[in-house]
Design a protein around this ligand. Structure first.
Ligand code: UD1
Length: 429
């Protein structure tokens, strides 16, 4: 199993290219199930989760072709996937595949909408909490599906097709919104989705669906209206930049000090996080090429932050912010409101010398003068990258074990950081 070794204490200076967003790529790939025609996705990041979803789609009979290099391509350029679901030969998504990646449950929406049936394994819990799918199921029932739970599988049927309906989410859910949106594109009549998630990845998927012929208004607001159509066609779409990767590297620079251009990043995708970084003492400038982040001299100021659905501070940056605040000059408070158990990084940060006190959903972080390198273990995607951020500022060597979590969501992390002066390397095996 690969490990990452980091010797802390170096500032970051240079340019970090931002990849396409993992959380848009996955639902965009799943949207290919809605059409027999070819969907071409550009700017797809090279991530373990993308490869895993290729396997899952392959099991349904979908062909995924990765286009080869073109003249002038750089190593960091995203890849192009050509996806064809001309013949869906299997509407079952088995436990062995779904349990490896929760988002693969979302195939249920398009399969049901196009094929009239889907049998998808319940994903089960994961490191950050129970993460149920009840709201996704209710949304599909709202569109006329009959749902049974059988042997750990959600069996969904709509032999005469789905019908438009009014879906009101009692709680904002990204996966629920993706599922309702995709299913509604092929339903008969109009669907209204209320209290929809407003995350930029929802808007990106809606933009792609519109190119495929879907009739959608209001994506990016809390009410999305979908006029069902009989058939969707192929399209070409470029994945938007990853706001979580952007925020993660911005926090790394705030931690180490230095001057980095986050190339291709778009500030409007993570304004709340950028505001927090400014409060913490970083200088942020939007440029034509991306976002420039500078922190020189003065230390990190403490902040009080609560995670919330977009446009609030994202839960996917909570662990990284906590790592940054371990070295603030004073006491910070971070409240996690989205996932009940998303503090797995706290114990590992403590191994580096962080002082964090947990009380239910609230973490109090007392900034310390110095962190010291130690062996640590990654427990989930965002937690593992928070350990990297802490290690970049720790004295001596840190060894981050179980790096496969990082590879699920961060493309060439060690290359991107070492190009900016970090002392970081991967140890294979
Ligand atoms: C997506 C993101 C994940 C991010 C999360 C919140 C992807 C691939 N993943 O996950 O990175 O952390 O949004 O921004 O895009 N809930 C229910 N019942 C349901 C569904 C959700 O109670 O049926 C709850 C969840 O437990 C959680 C909250 O709703 O407390 C939000 O979860 P949701 O937005 O659905 O997260 P995901 O879509 O799984």
């Amino acid at each position: 199993m690969d490990r990452i070794r980091i010797a802390g204490g170096r500032p970051l200076n240079g340019t970090i290219p931002i990849s396409g967003a993992k959380n848009a790529t996955l639902p965009l790939m799943i949207a290919s199930l809605l059409t027999p025609d070819r969907l071409i996705l550009d700017n797809v990041p090279r991530l373990a989760d993308v490869i895993q979803l290729q396997r899952i789609l392959g099991n349904h009979g979908v062909d995924v072709m990765v286009a080869g290099k073109r003249p002038g391509d750089t190593a960091y350029q995203g890849q192009t996937l050509e996806i064809s679901a001309a013949h869906v030969i299997d509407t079952t998504a088995p436990y062995e595949l779904v349990s490896k990646m929760r988002a693969s449950f979302w195939v249920i929406g398009p399969l049901l909408a196009r094929m009239g049936e889907a049998k998808v394994s319940m994903p089960g819990g994961c490191a950050i909490g129970t993460r149920p799918v009840d709201l996704l199921i209710k949304a599909l029932e709202g569109l006329g599906a009959r749902i049974d739970i059988d042997g750990g599988y959600v069996v969904a049927r709509a032999p005469k097709g789905l019908t438009g309906g009014h879906v009101v989410f009692p709680k904002v859910t990204v996966g629920g919104t993706h599922t309702a949106l995709m299913a509604a594109t092929l339903a008969r009549g109009t669907t209204i989705i209320d209290n929809a998630a407003r995350e930029p990845e929802i808007t990106d998927v809606a933009d792609c669906l519109i190119k495929m012929g879907a009739k959608i208004t209001g994506a990016g607001t809390s009410r999305i209206v979908v006029e069902g159509v009989a058939r969707l066609s192929g399209a070409r779409h470029s994945v938007l930049p990853d706001r979580i990767e952007t925020g993660t590297y911005a926090m790394a620079v705030a931690m180490t000090g230095g001057d980095v251009l986050l190339e291709g990043a778009r500030p409007e995708l993570l304004q709340s996080a950028l505001d927090v970084l400014v409060e913490a003492g970083a200088e942020i400038t939007a440029t034509n090429e991306g976002i420039r982040i500078v922190r020189n001299g003065a230390g990190i100021a403490p902040v009080t932050v609560t995670t919330a659905p977009f446009p609030g501070f994202p839960t996917d940056l909570q662990a990284q912010l906590m790592a940054l605040m371990t070295r603030a000059k004073g006491t910070s408070q971070i409240t996690e409101t989205i996932f009940e158990n998303r503090f797995m990084h706290v114990q590992e940060l403590a191994r580096l010398g962080a002082r964090i006190h947990l009380d239910g959903e609230k973490a109090t972080i007392e900034g310390v003068e110095r962190l010291k390198g130690a062996p640590v273990m990654a427990t989930d995607l965002r937690a593992s990258v928070s350990l990297v951020i802490a290690a970049l500022a720790a004295e001596g060597d840190t060894m981050v074990n179980r790096v496969y979590h990082l590879d699920r969501g961060f493309e060439r992390l060690e290359d991107k950081l070492s190009a900016c002066g970090a002392d970081i390397s991967r140890i294979s095996g």
